[in-house]
Design a binder for this molecule. Structure first.
Ligand code: ADP
Length: 633
């Protein structure tokens, strides 16, 4: 007989942790229906699995039944032919049961793999439709766990839990029918014996399990102490505070607790085996006794073969019963798993295409913010009454202290988030009404943290425009001021950028991502300038790459450096989520407000760092009166 599935742990059983007990999923018909909806496309295969299980369970029980024939018709009657016949038959059915078991495992695994394949694809596509908010609020580890181990868990639910329930139940039913057919009195005795065996072993198993848990905890504690105190900085702290004795005592105490528990645990394991062997051997004895009484005292026509069949069948019942008792734990865990996965599936898609989304044939690039209010969560309003107009072909620089909401403003344009109230329009059409793909196609963002995929420079460029010709790529790289670098590489466009572009410097990465956007050729360019200092040569190269774009294309820049700000047609100064000032550089300087303050602290510093100041900067420098603030810095 194939080993009953779902056993997992020792014969003593599986138990729920306190946490699992507290968070038991609600198993509703709707949940079950949903779980089974994943099985439905594979109904045919599952019926085949069921048939295999029935036949192999039956075949695997047959040798037990044949034992009776071997004894009664073969040995006791001294019929050698019958003996050989039954022995061979027994071998054949055992082999057949195993082979059918193999087929069953194959179909079962196939179905489980296909179900998880469907589920993974569905989950991946669902995750891709999630908004930026989802990814910023959820831990990446959790998201990946859901995609990998949770969905893998489903596979084991199907191959183990579900088929364990089926195969064990079927084995039990067949064994019981066979027992009742032989002799109903002995069958009843057998049925009473099984729980007598399982209850004490479960109790012993539970004790053992809780000891294992406890020793695991102490083990974690000991490891914690080791990690804390044997690290370089931990040791330093211990030494400087003279805590050696204290730490030693702490360690010694945990260590002592651990050996105590380990001894108890080993002994619990030993006692468990004693209980197990005692009760498994009591069963057959009771059946022999009851059979003997029937034979000798009541003159029943029960044969020795019948009694041995019953004993053999009884032996076959322990495992499935024990397994089915454990199934409850597997079942709860499986349902918890499905609930967790479904919870993810049920997260609504926040940013989706409007049913009546439009795809204009042409757009010029006017962007208008009208009374835009926005918050990431209810607790704090991030943008308050933001209104501005960016005309096609013009550029706006957004400046302001860190955290004032600059990135948030630009995030609303490609609909990484939607406004709470007010509107963002693109060529007069509310962005929420535009086809999402169309919109994102028209907006190009170079973000602060440039992200390159692991692959070659070519791969990263083609991500923006899969059908780009080599010349287009070279052209874009030239415009982004990075062609010289690419050309100087041995492999040119096929140079590997490394994981997340790690093989390139910050400035090179940035310029490649600029080339990627140039290749994409959007209607609006958004640059979120890096705050972290690049070396001045890199900055100059980046500046030279984006300057022509700022001057010729519709663009928005979140700017930290004066040279970028000066290139823009208008400057918006954002503070605490509102536009505090707006105008040109000169107008704003004369206002003596926040801009001026920022200018004195932040921008002038950037100029000092930037040895290769742009022509524009030099122009401004040259035209500033001597008492301008940067003069003295
Ligand atoms: P800036 O670009 O001006 O530095 P941001 O627009 O990035 O500012 O952020 C504005 C405010 O919104 C900050 O207080 C920031 O903490 C908060 N914030 C930014 N992104 C998120 C987010 N994904 N979830 C919650 N709060 C956010």
């Amino acid at each position: 007989m194939p080993a009953p599935r779902g056993m997992g742990g020792p014969m003593g059983g599986k138990f729920l942790t306190e946490e699992e007990k507290a968070n038991q999923p609600k198993v509703t018909p709707a949940l079950l229906k949903r779980v089974f909806s994943y099985l439905k496309p594979y109904t045919k295969q599952l019926i085949l699995v069921l048939l295999c299980i029935i036949v192999s369970s039956f075949f695997s029980l047959m040798p037990s039944m044949i034992t009776g024939k071997i004894l009664d018709d073969g040995l006791l009657k001294k019929d050698f032919r019958a003996l050989i016949y039954y022995i061979v038959l027994s071998l054949i059915v055992t082999l057949a049961a195993s082979l059918i078991g193999v087929a069953e495992t194959y179909i079962n695994t196939w179905v489980a793999q296909h179900i998880t394949y469907d589920m993974r694809n569905q989950m991946y596509s669902h995750l891709q439709s999630m908004s930026q908010r989802f990814f910023t609020t959820n831990n990446q580890g959790d998201i990946i766990t859901r995609m990998t181990s949770d969905i893998d868990g489903v596979k084991s639910v199907i191959t183990n839990t579900f088929s364990s329930i089926l195969s064990n139940s079927i084995t039990l039913i067949i064994a019981m029918i066979a027992m009742f057919q032989k002799n109903w009195i002995l069958a009843l005795v057998g049925i009473v014996i099984v729980p007598i065996f399982t209850v004490p072993t479960r109790q012993a198993g539970k004790k053992r399990w809780s000891l294992t848990n406890e020793s695991q905890q102490v083990n974690d504690e000991v490891n914690g102490i080791l990690n804390e105190t044997l690290s370089v900085s931990g040791q330093l702290l211990v030494k400087l505070f003279g805590k050696e004795q204290y730490e030693y005592d702490r360690y010694e105490k945990a260590n002592r607790r651990m050996i105590g528990l380990n001894i108890k645990e080993s002994m619990a394991g030993r006692w468990f085996r004693v209980v197990l062997t005692t009760f498994t051997s009591i069963g057959p004895m009771l059946l022999y006794l009851a059979g003997g009484i029937l034979m000798m005292k009541y003159d029943s026509n029960i044969t020795i073969g019948d009694i041995s069949v019953l004993v053999a069948l009884l032996g076959r019942m322990y495992m499935p019963v024990n397994s089915l008792l454990n199934i409850q734990v597997d079942w709860i865990r499986s349902m918890a798993l499905f609930t967790r996965i479904f919870d993810y599936f049920d997260i609504p898609v926040e940013i989706r295409n409007a049913p009546d989304a439009v795809t204009p044939s042409e757009v010029t690039g006017d962007v208008v913010f009208e009374h835009v209010e926005f918050s990431y969560d209810e607790s704090k309003k991030i943008l308050k009454d933001i209104s501005f107009t960016l005309n096609a072909g013009k550029s706006i620089a957004i400046v302001g202290p860190s955290g004032s909401g600059k990135s948030t403003i630009v995030n609303l344009i490609p609909r990484l988030y939607d406004v709470d109230s007010g509107s963002v329009t693109f060529d007069g059409i509310d962005v929420r009404k535009l086809d999402l793909r169309f919109l994102r196609d028209k907006v190009g963002v170079v973000s602060q943290e440039t992200y390159l995929f692991n692959g070659t420079i070519r791969d990263n460029l083609l991500y923006a425009k899969p059908d780009a010709a080599e010349e287009d790529m070279v052209e874009a790289l030239k415009k982004a001021n990075i062609w010289d670098f690419v050309e100087s590489q041995e492999k040119g466009l096929d140079t590997e950028v490394g994981n997340r572009g790690l093989k390139l410097s910050g400035g090179e990465k940035q310029r490649i991502s600029i080339a990627r956007i140039i290749l994409k050729d959007p209607v609006i360019f958004i640059f979120d300038e890096a705050t972290s200092a690049l070396d001045s040569i890199s900055e100059k190269k980046i500046q030279d790459a984006i300057d022509p774009i700022i001057k010729s294309k519709t663009s928005i820049l979140i700017a930290h450096r004066l040279s970028t700000i000066l290139a823009a047609d208008e400057i918006l100064v954002v503070k605490d989520g509102t536009i505090a000032e707006r105008g040109t550089h000169k107008e704003l300087l004369n206002k003596e407000g926040i801009y001026r303050e920022l200018y004195e602290t932040q921008f002038s510093k950037a100029i000092i760092e930037d040895e290769g100041a742009s022509e524009l900067e030099q122009y401004i420098w040259g035209t500033q009166p001597a008492d301008e603030p940067f003069e003295g810095v």
